[in-house]
Write a protein that binds this ligand. Structure first.
Ligand code: PBG
Length: 325
């Protein structure tokens, strides 16, 4: 007689057995690579708190985009950093603004090999670092900001973005952008809505990466990390307003939100593994406290397992290059 009767270890014995029964796999096409491009640079400039990531020049970002596309990465999310910022973030919709120039270059470089996505926001372009136009009291003016986002989205689509991703958490942003895109003849450009975006400490390294010196707080528009039901409301509103895809952000600390959103809606769900998630693993690995490659893979598989169809991650190209195509 043999005991125990159930031996789950039988299916874990070899790599082949484990591969056969794996429920979640990473594929290059499921990964989206964020890229930073800074106006006026002669050389790519390393981002200190995001080891391995750089502010690209216009030339180097084109090459990074080509490398990502070659590795089979599903999408590129482009962030432009202007030389000069101003009160209303006007460069964000200037046809000669760095984001538009880079989107045009990248779209020409990669063709239809990967999806070129513009992040629709003003925070890289405002001197105060807020995501929109401020009212007299210093809070972000929702409806004035919607008008600016409509301009930004049209400028990005006109420059060649295949998709736009509004990230400012203004009420009504998806509807306003959809209407503006349609009016401008961009009916075919999809919207990836940052639908459930939390007011997270884990965006810290990103703000250094885009040289944003935020004065004040994002908590009047980004969500309280304490809330889940609020995310479901935000997601449903965005889908109703015309979002083609929805995003949860950050990812790793919000896997419960990813799962609930994936169960709730029938549009594709994306999760954004943000700069602080990246920096935390890189920093621990640098000290020898974590096995870097295993930690990266595990963090990505967990996000996919929670229900995200795709993952925005600063490791996208690196991981894609190691995966079977
Ligand atoms: C807004 C935007 C931010 C991030 C992506 N889009 C910053 C913010 O909302 O403060 C953060 C991404 C990250 O931390 O990796 N442009």
């Amino acid at each position: 007689m043999s005991y125990p009767a159930d031996r789950p270890r039988r299916l874990r014995r070899t790599n082949a057995l484990r591969g056969l029964v794996a429920e979640t796999r990473l594929h290059p096409a499921d990964l989206v690579q964020p890229l930073f491009v800074r106006e006026g640079l002669d050389e790519p400039r390393p981002i200190a708190c995001m080891p391995g990531q750089v502010q690209h020049t216009r030339d180097s970002v084109r090459k990074a985009a080509a490398a990502a596309a070659r590795a089979g990465v599903g999408g590129l999310l482009v962030f432009g950093i202007p030389e000069a910022k101003d009160r209303d973030g006007r460069g964000a919709w200037d046809e000669h603004g760095i984001t538009q120039l880079a989107l045009a270059d990248i779209a020409a470089e990669v063709g239809d090999e990967t999806v070129v996505i513009g992040d629709v926001n003003l925070d890289e372009y405002t001197e105060h670092g807020h995501v929109g136009v401020l009212d007299a009291g210093g809070d972000v003016d929702n409806d004035a900001t919607l008008r600016a986002y409509a301009e930004v989205a049209v400028a990005q689509a006109t420059a060649g973005a295949h998709m736009v991703a509004p990230s400012g958490m203004m009420d009504g942003q998806v509807g306003a952008i959809r209407a503006a895109l349609d009016r401008a003849g961009h009916q075919r450009v999809p919207i990836l809505a940052y639908a459930a975006k939390y007011d997270s400490a884990f965006y810290g390294p990103f703000r250094d990466a885009v040289e944003s010196r935020l004065v004040g707080t994002r908590s009047t528009h980004q969500q309280d990390p304490a809330n889940l039901r609020e995310s479901l409301r935000e997601v449903l509103l965005d889908v109703e307003e015309g979002a083609d895809m929805v995003m949860v952000k950050p990812a790793g600390l919000y896997l419960d939100v990813v799962r609930r959103v994936a169960d709730l809606v029938n549009v594709p769900v994306v999760a954004y593994q943000v700069s602080g998630e990246y920096a935390a693993i890189e920093a621990a690995a640098e000290r020898g406290w974590l096995n870097r490659d295993r930690a990266i893979r595990e963090s990505l598989v967990a996000i996919r397992r929670a229900g995200a169809g795709s993952v925005v991650t600063y490791w996208a190209t690196e991981v894609a290059e190691q995966l079977p195509g």
